[in-house]
Design a protein. Structure first.
Ligand SMILES: Cc1cc2nc3c(=O)[nH]c(=O)nc-3n(C[C@H](O)[C@H](O)[C@H](O)COP(=O)(O)OP(=O)(O)OC[C@H]3O[C@@H](n4cnc5c(N)ncnc54)[C@H](O)[C@@H]3O)c2cc1C
Length: 503
């Protein structure tokens, strides 16, 4: 724990899931840790907007892989149940194919099997096989691959890992994999939806990611009562109990190198120093803006060639009445999935007939809306880097409101008492997000594990990166894993005598 008789110190830039996790993991090992966050509240992309009596989660709403999220608490000597009231949703969600054709996805496996069978004879049995395989991928993928710092090919060189990579279907497309089991278009859409957010067409995503179907259909969709903001609050509380100091409204503006390491962290509120710096701000921003060119791992053209996961158009809406036909999670898939995905990944442009998603947490949780009202979060995934204008925001809002009213069969717009839109320019302003990305770097085969931006700066011995632009990838559980793995790596690395003497 000591460097020449004193505690080791770390600065973590950013209080999103990855930053909080890295900070808490180091503090639990006796490090003195400060988190510098540019915004006035923690959570990063999972911040909370409180407005007009409503509590809106600004980012994540799907609480998947509960044991990965729970591992944050477990490793720090507590449990998620001590801090959160978690509910498993049933139905997990509904998919709307048309005004009269809705597929509810039940939490219960035998009911789900029947639902599959009713759409495609034999699909119930196939679902069992599909999920058995997906489970294997999940266990291997989350166990052996996701926890690797991915700094060297040697980490993957063990024979059983190479064999596992083949068995994990790293080299086959997700789309081909799903089609080798099922044919019904609605089942295909249901199974392909989780990868829409991984950042590529299902035909370009490795079949490994059918593990997301296991997370979805077998492990279930959960909800922390009070909203995702409660998860952030709980994580911060536990981190603080380990001694982490959070400082808000502190904008990091420069990392000044000197003698092979970052010497000073320049912020709008003064200069900070520490033995180790971990940036959980978007990797691109940390490198291209905070560091002088000679100290960057990657060039501007490297970033230009990266495939970013989508950005999105978001609307946080308060409605002064209850809405009958909505469930907690509602996927509006009335239009072509492929055409929308192509507008994100192949020919970046605003989609003509978008798919969209409506989260209505007030169906489960009275605390997020005034009595008798609904809290709506509307999301349209769009390509990153598109021009974001007030006209675009309002025209898509009108478009999906009309469709939502048609589906629900009742007026909604005239009952709106709270409206906030949020899109690409806001992601850039609030999070320094490259091209206004919402979900970081896409999980394509060419951007998996070793092929992602690495967690360690190659020229500055004490600078590390974490978060959704590095390993293992985007999403709340991966961001938590990312913070944990960078902290584990730093702890192991700083134990080596070379590092002790170089400080
Ligand atoms: C709309 C939306 C919906 C999503 N839905 C889901 C979902 O349902 N389920 C799921 O699992 N995942 C979801 N995700 C993805 C998930 O939210 C992210 O992958 C995860 O929160 C990323 O965490 P992070 O720590 O990597 O980054 P961030 O949350 O972006 O944290 C980085 C932090 O660094 C701070 N920072 C940046 N620059 C500086 C600076 N110069 N100085 C100081 N601080 C700085 C930022 O303010 C931010 O707080 C969603 C994301 C979005 C945007």
């Amino acid at each position: 724990m000591n460097i020449k008789g004193r505690r080791k110190t770390a600065i973590v830039i950013g209080a999103g899931f990855s930053g909080i996790t890295a900070a808490a993991a180091l503090a639990a090992q006796g490090w003195e840790v400060q988190v510098l966050e540019k915004n006035s509240t923690p959570g990063g992309r999972a911040r909370v907007l409180k407005k007009d009596g409503f509590t809106f989660d600004m980012g994540p709403s799907w609480y998947w892989m509960p044991e990965v999220i729970g591992s944050y608490f477990q490793r720090l000597g507590t449990s998620v149940e001590d801090h959160l009231d978690l509910k498993r949703l049933d139905p997990s969600y509904q998919v709307i194919f048309s005004r009269h054709n809705t597929l509810e996805v039940p939490a219960d496996m035998s009911a789900l099997r029947e639902r599959f069978e009713s759409l495609e004879p034999g699909a119930g049995r196939k679902l069992d096989r599909f999920l058995r395989e997906a489970r294997l991928k999940y266990e291997k993928g989350m166990g052996e691959f996701a926890a690797k710092p991915s700094l060297s090919i040697r980490e993957f060189a063990r024979w059983n890992l190479i064999r596992a990579a083949v068995r994990l279907d790293l080299f086959r497309s997700f789309s081909a994999h799903v089609r080798s089991y099922f044919r019904h278009p609605e089942l295909l859409q249901l199974l392909e939806f989780p990868v829409l957010f991984l950042g590529a067409m299902p035909k370009h995503i490795p079949a490994l990611y059918s593990m997301m179907n296991y997370a979805d259909l077998s492990l279930g969709t959960w909800y922390p009562m009070g909203g995702f903001g409660k998860l952030v609050e709980a994580m911060v509380t536990v981190a603080e109990s380990k001694g982490v100091k959070f400082m808000y409204d502190v904008d990091v503006r420069e990392l000044t190198p000197g003698d092979g390491s970052v010497e000073r962290v320049l912020t709008g509120k003064g200069v900070f120093t520490a033995d180790v710096i971990i940036s959980s701000a978007d990797y691109h921003f940390t490198e291209q803006v905070l560091l002088p060119p000679a100290y960057r791992n990657y060039s501007a053209s490297y970033w230009e060639k990266r495939v970013m996961a989508p950005s999105c158009l978001l609307y946080y809406i308060g409605v002064s009445k209850k809405i009958g036909r909505l469930r907690h999670h509602n996927l509006f898939f009335e239009n072509s999935f492929d055409a929308h995905a192509a507008s994100i990944y192949e020919r970046p442009a605003y989609p003509r007939n978008p798919l969209y998603y409506v989260c209505c947490p007030s169906k489960t949780d009275d605390s997020v809306a005034p009595e008798g009202m609904e809290n709506l979060f509307l999301l349209i995934p769009v390509a990153p880097g598109l021009e974001d204008t007030p006209a675009v925001r309002s025209s898509y809002f009108e478009h999906i409101m009309a469709r939502l009213e048609a589906y629900c069969g009742e007026p909604i717009k005239e009952h709106i008492i709270s409206y906030t839109d949020y899109a690409g320019e806001d992601f850039i302003r609030d999070y320094n997000a490259y091209k206004g990305n919402a979900y970081g770097l896409a999980n394509t085969l060419r951007q998996t594990a070793l092929l992602k931006p690495v967690i360690k700066n190659r020229k500055l011995d004490n600078l590390y990166y974490t978060g959704q632009l590095t390993v293992p990838g985007p999403g709340v559980p991966p961001a938590i894993l990312s913070g944990q793995l960078v902290a584990d790596y730093i702890i192991a690395y700083t134990k080596r005598s070379h590092y002790e003497t170089s400080l």
